[in-house]
Ligand binder design. Structure first.
Ligand SMILES: N[C@@H](CCC[C@H](N)C(=O)O)C(=O)O
Length: 280
């Protein structure tokens, strides 16, 4: 069967977007892995699926698969591309749409300057809901990380933006041990659903550098939910004021969060690369 798709990116975090409002495809982990292969398929960090809503107050259902075939709860950069996609494909005439993810709702708003603002909802801080194994809620947790050269202790904040994140503060993102600590923490036993791991360098109270080792992918050049989790961690740790510019290897995001119970607002670009068709 020939399937239409669009290749997009949000600051270089790249996506294959499938419209399952007007076409039918059985999406399996095996198919996702095949399509996500950068040598034998289309290649992407995440596959984004646009589906009709299951409730009347929602515009679309938004599903996300990592390159390794796992279905996940959220993708921030993908959300901005989702908004551009449904407008460009005339699946909606609205410039503000409400989407349903596996873990909640998000509102996506296209600005006149074409940047997309996403209301990501309130971060989840209770360890059991991240999920993160801890006796009680804290701003940071000290955890032992088994590495081939011996155990290392790190301090991290455990935050869910619908999907689980661990955020570490480092002196410099350039020299951060992303390749070693990233995979070890992603699969750490205290994150039972695994986690995305962010390495944040605080430049000033309104500016940070960030690298993210993404669950199910590896290091990507931008992670939207990772940027939101990092800003939440920085505010909880008393080192950031709002708004915050997050410099990721692929470009900048503007993030705002005003405290517990409040939604995180993320604003940034969404880009279409090309349209394609592939036999599945
Ligand atoms: N690239 C993303 C996050 C995608 C999902 C993540 N890898 C997970 O497994 O939770 C973003 O921009 O937020």
């Amino acid at each position: 069967m020939l399937v239409r798709f669009t290749k997009m990116h949000g600051l270089g975090n790249d996506f294959m977007v499938l419209d399952l409002v007007t076409q039918r495809v059985k999406v399996t982990p095996k198919l996702v892995k095949k399509l996500g292969d950068r040598n034998f398929g289309v290649g992407f960090d995440q596959l984004l699926i646009v589906e009709p809503p299951s409730e009347p107050d929602i515009d679309f259902r938004y599903r996300i698969f990592n390159q390794d075939g796992s279905e996940v709860e959220n993708c921030g950069n993908g959300a901005r591309c989702f908004a551009k996609f449904v407008r460009d494909k005339r699946l909606t005439g609205k410039s503000e749409v409400v989407v349903q993810t596996a873990n909640g709702q998000m509102t996506l708003k296209i600005h006149p300057d074409k940047r997309v603002e996403v209301n990501m909802g309130a971060p989840i801080l209770a360890p059991v809901d991240v999920p993160f194994q801890a006796d009680q809620k804290a701003t940071t947790y000290a955890i032992d990380v088994p590495l081939s050269q011996g155990d290392q202790q790190v301090e991290l904040s455990a935050i869910s933006m619908g999907n689980p994140h661990g955020v570490l503060i480092v002196d410099s993102t350039e020299n951060a041990p992303v390749e070693t600590l990233g995979p070890a923490l992603e699969a750490h036993e205290r994150f039972p659903a695994k986690a995305n791991i962010g390495f944040m360098q605080v430049i000033s109270r309104n500016e940070v550098n960030l690298r993210v080792f993404e669950r199910g992918v590896g290091e990507t050049i931008a992670c939207g939910t990772g940027a939101c989790a990092a800003v939440v961690a920085g505010k909880l740790r008393g080192v950031l004021d709002m708004p915050v510019t997050v410099h990721l290897p692929g470009g900048d995001l503007e993030i705002e969060w005003h405290g517990e119970g409040q939604p995180v607002i993320m604003t940034g670009p969404a880009t279409t690369v090309y349209e394609g068709q592939i036999f599945v």
